[in-house]
Design a protein around this ligand. Structure first.
Ligand code: PLP
Length: 392
């Protein structure tokens, strides 16, 4: 008997994991692969979780999450997006944004339905679409224009089977932030072809300089065809609490909650109380983290601009740098492997984020300045070696 289904067999481990495993062969590495804040949740948030446990708030909750949390999310969205979502029918709390995305896709996809993803992208989108029986259709972002949307390429990719488009701004891995004008064009396309937009907004608070976040859900005619997905993981450094949510049309949200009843039942109740506290508390912790990320981004910009054979347009948001290594003559994977072998610096090859990520590496700067300094010294010496040897 073959126990593993064809569908499961079609799902691939991510290349990030491959780098991770390779890095385990070395005793000491400088690791720039981590996709989570190097900060922990603020004290009030941690205390709220502990207090919930102490008070016996450690049972199953409603599948959509405790109502006070959904009400707080509704208030937060009203403040952030200027848009009201009904906490009872239009918001569901999920184990991270990951589950919101998966349940959202599961709700909308029939076998062979197509979903457009803008690459380079967080590859879990591709795997999740496949897990739901759908077909991911990749469209390249416009790398020449700072990884902005190529709306005419998206138009060309639409077929009768296209059901949805996933966007992610600020973007993991490119650090690009979509402009209102691009989103307006995408919104017009979604309306013309009657498509749903899944807007992954998990990095919306990690912005630099004059970059500002804009949600496509707030454009005229888009509220009813946008599923907003957000998370407490990055904004509040709460990755391990596993709290995310989706806000959108009640029919989709209701069906997502129905599926959640059969998957995880609900988010762990103490985590929900921690999330409630995160929304009720101040923003000092977030401001501090963003200040640190910005210092590190500026440091990377200074160091990388002085290195041969690499180029980078500094990220407008997130804690990732997506750096071109094309001029080295190596593929993304070759470059990442050689950097690991020779200098024990671990980065993610760009093709881990889809074929259009080839020619780049992703460096996560959710790590200490000390690590960044060491890593940049090592990378500089590696690049000078290559440049000197004329390998490229
Ligand atoms: C673009 C993007 N979306 C969603 C997630 C999932 O976040 P979580 O499930 O922790 O909320 C991540 C995590 O790295 C991400 O990078």
């Amino acid at each position: 008997m073959e126990f593993i289904s064809d569908n499961t067999r079609s799902i691939q481990y991510s290349k990030i994991r491959k780098m991770f495993n390779k890095a385990l062969e070395y005793e000491h590495t400088i690791n720039f692969t981590i996709g989570e804040p190097d900060f922990v949740a603020s004290e009030n948030v941690a205390k709220a979780a502990c207090q919930a446990v102490a008070e016996g708030k450690s049972k199953y909750s409603e599948n959509a999450g405790i109502l006070p949390l959904r009400e707080a999310i509704s208030g937060y969205l009203q403040r952030e997006l200027g848009q009201k979502y009904d906490p009872v029918t239009e918001i569901t709390v999920t184990p991270g944004a990951m589950a919101a995305l998966y349940q959202g896709l599961k709700v909308i996809l029939n076998p062979e339905d197509e979903v457009i993803v803008i690459e380079p992208c967080w590859t879990n989108y591709l795997q999740q679409i496949l897990m739901c029986g759908g077909v991911p259709v990749s469209v390249s972002a416009d790398a020449e224009k700072g990884f902005s949307l190529d709306v005419s390429a998206i138009r060309k990719a639409i077929t009768k089977k296209t059901k949805a488009i996933i966007i992610n701004s600020p973007c993991n891995p490119t650090g690009a932030v979509l402009e209102k004008e691009e989103l307006k064009q995408l919104a017009a396309l979604a309306q013309e072809f009657d498509l749903l937009v899944i807007s992954d907004e998990v990095y919306k608070h990690i912005l630099f300089d004059d970059a500002s976040f804009f949600s496509i859900a707030t454009l005229p005619g888009m509220r009813e065809r946008t599923l907003v997905v957000d998370s407490f993981s990055k904004t509040f450094a709460m990755t391990g609490f596993r709290v995310g949510y989706a806000a959108g049309p009640s029919e989709i949200i209701g069906n997502m909650t129905k599926l959640q009843e059969n998957i995880s039942a609900c988010v762990a109740m103490p985590s929900q109380y921690a999330a409630l506290e995160a929304l009720s508390g101040g923003t000092e912790h977030l401001q501090y983290m963003v200040k640190c990320y910005k210092e590190r981004r500026d440091y990377l910009a200074e160091r990388l601009s002085a290195m041969p054979l690499v180029s980078w347009l500094p990220s407008k948001g997130t804690f990732y740098a997506f750096v071109s290594v094309r001029d080295t003559g190596f593929s993304s994977e070759e470059f990442a492997m050689k950097l690991l072998e020779e200098k024990q610096v671990v980065v993610v090859p760009g093709d881990a984020f889809g074929e259009y990520g080839e020619g780049y590496i992703r460096i996560s700067f959710a790590t200490s300045m000390e690590q960044l300094e060491k890593g940049m010294d090592a990378m500089e010496s590696f690049l000078k070696q290559i440049a000197g040897a004329g390998v490229h």
